[in-house]
Design a binder for this molecule. Structure first.
Ligand code: AMP
Ligand code: MG
Length: 315
């Protein structure tokens, strides 16, 4: 299959509207989209990404008004979160509308809904004939794509189009909050932090760990994620390191002596933005060990820790 690369949201939407799959930029990471009115196209996403079919997709809408096309009526908590954080890097899990294809929700009676703030994504979604189901635009298991070049590397020849934009400003996947029950549950951390959510809805809590025997609240979180080929070693701020050969460092601390590749970040925002592209750069350069500073478990640090611990195989 030929993969068209375009800068035109209009052209990319026309390709999507014809029943094809299209990668597009968002402020979190690049997405790989199919119109939910084209169930065959939704199936193509799972094939192109090699994604397990029990891992549901997030549905993207151009505007808040479109949420009603995807989800049943919002409860009071969901309304407050939409008002404060949409458009932006927050996904809400809501009771679904019956017409959403089963392949999108992996058979759940809920659906994840997000309204991206990236202007190119907005333009693309506005021209799409229906809401767009989209996971991250990468082969399952590897770090998410935060620029169009890595989308091309993973998916060229397997998808119909890449809508080219700038690198993602946030670089980490959206925060996911389950608002389908009486208490909002934080399922995945991201740029919208637990503290910010609790400012708006104080009842919000991190989802309790589920027992292995019960079905997970967010099926995708049981799969390995974000792992580069290099091994990840997590280090605390200021912890001394004896660098292994062909190693790298990312974080806000002092670069350990002897590492071959370094990304020194001036803020947590920069750390989050650079993390996945740094992992991919290290793999391209044959790095074998990546030392990563483990930030404190609050604010954006919570989201970076989660990605680092998953990349290190810790959960
Ligand atoms: P990705 O877009 O690749 O970051 O993956 C989407 C994530 O959203 C996965 O971890 C899914 O498990 C999660 N997700 C999507 N829809 C739902 C839902 N209805 N309920 C719970 N989690 C969901
Ligand atoms: Mg993903």
């Amino acid at each position: 299959m030929k993969t068209i690369i375009t800068d035109s949201p209009e052209e990319a939407a026309a390709i999507l509207n014809a029943g094809n799959i299209v990668a597009f930029p968002t402020e979190t990471v690049y997405g790989l989209g199919a119109g939910i009115c084209h169930p065959d196209a939704v199936s193509k996403i799972f094939i192109a990404k090699e994604r397990p079919s029990d891992n549901p997709l997030i549905v993207h809408v151009a505007d808040v008004d479109q949420i009603g096309d995807v989800a049943a009526e919002l409860n009071e908590h969901a309304k407050k979160l939409v008002e404060r954080f949409f458009p932006g890097p927050l996904t809400l899990v809501l009771r679904k509308n019956p017409h959403i294809p089963v392949s999108v929700t992996a058979g759940l009676d809920t659906v994840g809904v997000r309204c991206p703030s990236n202007p190119i994504a907005h333009e693309f979604l506005r021209r799409a004939c229906c809401p767009v189901a989209a996971p991250s635009a990468n082969i399952s298991g590897v770090p998410s794509s935060t620029n169009w070049e890595t989308v091309y590397k993973d998916l060229a020849g397997k998808i119909s189009c890449i809508l080219r934009g700038n690198p993602s400003e946030i670089g980490l996947e959206s925060t996911i909050v389950d608002c389908s029950g009486p208490v909002p549950l934080l399922l995945r951390t991201g740029a919208v932090t637990l503290e910010q959510l609790q400012d708006v809805v104080p009842e919000t809590i991190p989802a309790p760990h589920t027992e292995k025997s019960t079905p997970p609240k967010s099926p995708g979180l049981k799969y390995p994620h974000y792992a580069p080929e290099a091994s990840i070693v997590l280090i605390r701020h200021g912890e001394p390191v004896t660098a292994a050969p062909q190693s790298a460092y990312i974080g806000r601390g002092e670069t350990p002596e002897g590492v071959a590749v370094t990304k020194k970040c001036r803020s947590l925002e920069e750390y989050g933005r650079e993390l996945f592209s740094f992992f991919r750069q290290c793999d391209a350069e044959g790095i074998r060990v990546i030392y990563c500073e483990l930030p404190e478990n609050r604010g954006l640090g919570r989201a970076i820790r989660d990605r680092l611990q998953r990349a290190a195989g810790e959960h």
